[in-house]
Design a protein around this ligand. Structure first.
Ligand code: NAD
Ligand code: UDP
Length: 315
């Protein structure tokens, strides 16, 4: 198949391009390099089935493809809040352009949605039928509400135009190729620990997240795209149901590095969700998927990646 991956030079996108090429597909990687890097895909450039396009999905594009993974959108709060209006445009105009393309060429399209559609959840763990608790006017809204409208558009293009859509609600994913200045907690803590700096804990560190290693996530996304299950045209949670407090995450990183990490407590950002854990019953049932990589193992691989990049020296 010929497969378009928008945001393909980013963290998740570059792993996805790699895996799709391994499976023998032709891959068009589209990116505007806002948070992605050519470096993430340079090793794929010599593959004749790989094509790299600099393009912004807020602008229409004409391509002939069989499948589209729409991943283009900055995922880290510091990056999506840098230009919030652009974040809304990427989410809304971007998915309209991609759904229009899917409709025209009859491609199947998978939207990378997010656990942020549940906001600061009042139901725990979160299953797909929970409608969420999102602030529509806060600093995170450009991302959260943008992703919610994108889901609405996917569902409406499906109902109105029969576009074959898939929606993955991705819960915190981590692994090699996250940016060292990405601002997300796993990369922040690892980079700080390698530099022997204090780990910046926002709030008291009792808030929880469930961290899914990249290889598990890629497997889930590919299964979701390719399943023929009947009730698949609605959102599916993809994430690791093991839940940790942010303090526990810091301790785990210290344990792997074999040293006592020091913590520095900073104010909690506004609207920061207090707890998050996916209910993955639906993914298990429809995709026969569940994550295999435990946090300690995934963290070890991610630490090795950052250590190889010589993060400690580049203070
Ligand atoms: P990332 O920031 O590494 O990748 C996003 C990519 O999209 C980057 O390469 C960026 O340059 C590109 N991009 C941004 N705006 C664009 C635009 N207008 N046109 C073209 N390209 C554009 O983030 P990621 O972690 O790889 O996330 C990928 C997708 O998964 C995002 O849609 C994100 O919202 C979603 N997601 C990620 C997580 C996570 O934990 N990583 C969680 C939930 C959802
Ligand atoms: N966080 C933290 N220190 C950091 C970065 C993040 O304590 O240096 C916290 C953040 O406040 C949140 C959690 O870690 O409660 C996860 O943050 P991240 O930005 O990785 O993801 P999200 O909030 O989008 O789930």
């Amino acid at each position: 198949m010929r497969i378009l991956v928008t945001g393909g030079a980013g963290f998740i996108g570059s792993h996805l391009c790699e895996r799709l090429l391994q499976e023998g597909h032709e891959v068009i990687c589209l990116d505007n390099y806002f948070t992605g890097r050519k470096e993430n895909v340079t090793h794929l450039l010599s593959n004749p089935r790989f094509e790299l396009l600099r393009h912004d999905i807020t602008q229409p594009i004409l391509l002939e493809v069989d499948q589209i993974y729409n991943l283009a959108c900055p995922a880290s709060p510091i990056h999506y809040q840098y230009n919030p209006v652009k974040t809304v445009k990427t989410n809304v105009l971007g998915i309209i352009n991609m759904l229009g393309l899917a409709k025209r060429v009859k491609a199947r399209i998978l939207q990378a949605s997010t656990s942020e559609v549940y906001g600061d959840p009042q139901v725990h763990p979160q299953s797909e039928d929970y409608w969420g608790n999102v602030n529509p006017i806060g600093l995170r809204s450009c991302y959260d509400e943008g992703k919610r409208v994108a889901e609405t558009l996917c569902m409406d293009y499906h109902r109105q135009n029969k576009v074959d859509i898939r929606i993955a609600r991705i819960f915190n994913c981590y692994g090699p190729r996250m940016l060292e200045n990405d601002g997300r907690v796993v990369s922040n803590f690892i980079v700080q620990a390698l530099r022997e700096q204090e780990l910046t804990v926002y709030g008291d560190g009792s808030q929880t997240r469930s961290f899914c290693y990249i290889d598990d996530m890629i497997e889930g996304l590919i299964r979701l795209m390719n399943t023929e299950a009947e009730d698949i045209h609605s959102p599916v949670n993809l994430g690791n149901p093991e839940e940790f407090t942010i303090k526990e995450l810091a301790e785990q990183i210290g344990k792997i590095l074999g040293r006592n990490v020091k913590l520095k407590y900073l104010p909690l950002p506004p609207d920061d969700p207090k707890q998050r854990r996916p209910d993955i019953t639906k993914a298990k049932r429809l995709l026969d998927w569940s994550p295999k990589v435990p946090l300690a193992e995934g963290l070890k691989k991610t630490i090795e990646y950052f250590a190889k990049r010589n993060i400690a020296k580049a203070k």
